[in-house]
Design a protein around this ligand. Structure first.
Ligand SMILES: Cc1ncc(C[n+]2csc(CCOP(=O)(O)OP(=O)(O)O)c2C)c(N)n1
Ligand code: SF4
Length: 310
């Protein structure tokens, strides 16, 4: 099965309107700002953003400037989804009372993997459980990057971070990546998806779906970070593709509980193709790489089973 839109090249299939504009201070080659830029194109003008502390907030709002061309609220790690719940409820009540015109306004929360899988998880769980109509996007660069590359529960097994330094007694990060999309899906919300800006049309299609569902939606975006992953700044798109092609970061969606692979890259590439060029994995032994391969293959088989793919 191929990604239906993988071969499309047509500039006019994507809106030219920009909501994350020039002037931000993201590192050269950052795929996270690219993911956000694409996502906002799909949401469009009638959007209110609630953003947890993280790279995307730090690089975009050095006082007194901003690169967001949308209403934008900066909140703490802990309460991003709770603030989005309040915004969504307030809009609903104001429209019911005819205090503001009735129209579709997207409420979008963006948080890093630290802000999502560690510190903001409780607020996110509450918002998903209450059924607010909003989209939560986790931009997952696999560590706390803007404060100096500390591990999160979304950091992959074996990765070097400043708080998981490898050495004689340590392989680096010693736990497996937390499965946030499945945690979100366990709330039985209408739409959950994974995405990566290396597959822009897949990402755009998923954001458009998330925008349409009535209730909460959760999109988990692998956001390659050249700075923290120790890769050249012109390789972010390539590593996003390798993550998908090796089965390390599968592209799928869960719509009303039904799993669907949106791209099947079989035969999978060797995980070494993804791991070897990244400085954060350079200490890994062939034994650890085999361990990772087995883990990835087992997860991939489980996911295919859930998606009904042989
Ligand atoms: C409660 C709290 N602890 C610590 C900080 C300092 N801090 C700001 S951003 C950040 C890391 C964010 O990591 P992540 O959510 O993964 O986003 P990234 O920077 O990687 O985009 C930290 C620790 C904070 N703002 N609030
Ligand atoms: S540290 Fe990484 S995620 Fe943050 S702006 Fe730089 S490249 Fe992007």
């Amino acid at each position: 099965m191929m990604l239906p839109s993988i071969d499309i090249y047509a500039a006019n299939t994507v809106s030219r309107e920009e909501f994350a504009v020039s002037g931000h201070r993201a590192c050269q080659g950052c795929a996270e700002i690219l993911a956000v830029r694409l996502a906002l194109k799909a949401f469009g003008r009638n959007t209110i953003m609630v953003m947890a502390t993280g790279c995307m907030e730090i690089i975009s709002t050095p006082l007194p400037t901003t690169d967001w061309k949308l209403p934008w609220i900066h909140v703490a790690f802990e309460n991003a989804a709770a603030v989005a719940s309040g915004v969504e409820s307030a809009l609903k009540i104001l429209m019911e009372k005819n205090k503001i015109p009735r129209k579709d306004i997207n409420v979008v929360t963006i948080g890093g993997d630290g802000g999502t899988s560690d510190i903001g998880l409780q607020a996110l769980s509450g918002a998903l459980e209450r059924g607010h109509k909003f989209t939560y996007i986790c931009v997952d660069n696999e560590a706390y990057m803007n404060t100096g590359i500390q591990r999160s529960s979304s950091t992959p097994y074996g990765a070097m971070t400043t708080t998981t330094p490898p050495g004689k007694k340590s392989i680096g990060q010693s736990t497996w990546k937390k499965d946030m999309p499945k945690i979100a899906a366990a709330h039985n919300i209408p739409y959950v998806a994974t995405a990566c800006p290396s597959y822009p049309f897949d990402l755009l299609a998923k954001i458009k779906k998330a925008k349409m569902v009535y209730g909460p939606s959760y999109i988990h975006v692998l956001s390659v970070c050249p700075t923290g992953w120790r890769i050249p700044s012109n390789m972010a798109i390539r590593y996003g593709r390798l993550a998908v092609e090796t089965g390390i970061f599968p592209l799928y969606e869960i719509e009303n509980g039904e799993y669907r692979l949106t791209y099947n890259p079989e035969p999978l590439r060797q995980v070494g193709d993804y791991l070897n060029g990244q400085g954060r994995f350079r200490h890994l032994t062939p034994e650890t790489i085999s361990e990772i391969r087995e883990h990835v293959n087992a997860d991939w088989e489980r996911l295919k089973h859930l998606c009904g793919v042989k």
